[in-house]
Design a protein around this ligand. Structure first.
Ligand code: APR
Length: 171
């Protein structure tokens, strides 16, 4: 069975998938980076729904409707802030992918797009974050035939190259 993972360098708000994943913070009340882009694309109704969620702990995920973007849903997950690697950052980042995929599976979603969680403002090293993302998602897909496609949405050369290299190992 093909591995059903792909990488695409684009703005995640343009992807017509069942769910785009937002790299949020624990307040779920918006921010910069991909969080800012998704809230700008979705408009104030997304923030209004986020206000009802009472935040989200790091490593966990919560789902809302998608509002404006082509995506039907937004899954908000909170990645760990990089603190040198000794504070459980790897496990927390893994949790972002596990919990986001679990919410998508529960909702019967078939296509999902992830940004490179924690590799921007949260300063998680790109190679390490990419390996966690691809290995975690590959493991989930092996056990779950329900998903049609997982897209890793990249921004910039470093992340784009990192995902292309990581996915080559799954050809
Ligand atoms: N589409 C896809 N990827 C994007 C987009 C976009 N429109 N904008 C930024 N990115 C990329 C960044 O280049 C980076 O590779 O998403 C990745 C994650 O970066 P951030 O958005 O900074 O997220 P993160 O590092 O997880 O930090 C989260 O930043 O925006 C705040 O509210 C957010 O406090 C939270 C923190």
């Amino acid at each position: 069975m093909p591995h059903r993972m792909t990488a695409q360098e684009t703005d995640i708000t343009t992807l017509a998938v069942d769910a785009i994943v937002n790299a949020a913070n624990e307040s779920l009340l918006g921010g910069g980076g991909v969080d800012g882009a998704i809230h700008r694309a979705a408009g104030p109704d997304l923030l209004a729904e986020c206000r009802t969620l009472n935040g989200c702990p790091t490593g966990q995920a919560k789902m809302t409707a998608g509002y404006a973007p082509p995506a039907l849903h937004v899954i908000h997950t909170v990645g760990p802030i990089w603190n040198g690697g000794g504070a459980g950052e790897d496990e927390l980042l893994r949790g972002c992918y596990v919990n986001s995929m679990a919410l998508a599976a529960e909702a019967g979603l078939k296509t999902i797009a992830f940004p490179a969680i924690s590799t921007g403002v949260y300063r998680f090293p790109v190679p390490r974050a990419t390996a966690i993302a691809v290995e975690t998602v590959a493991g989930i897909l092996r056990g779950n035939a329900a998903f049609n496609q997982v897209t890793f949405c990249t921004f910039g050369d470093e992340v784009t190259t990192a995902y292309a290299t990581a996915l080559d190992a799954y050809r």
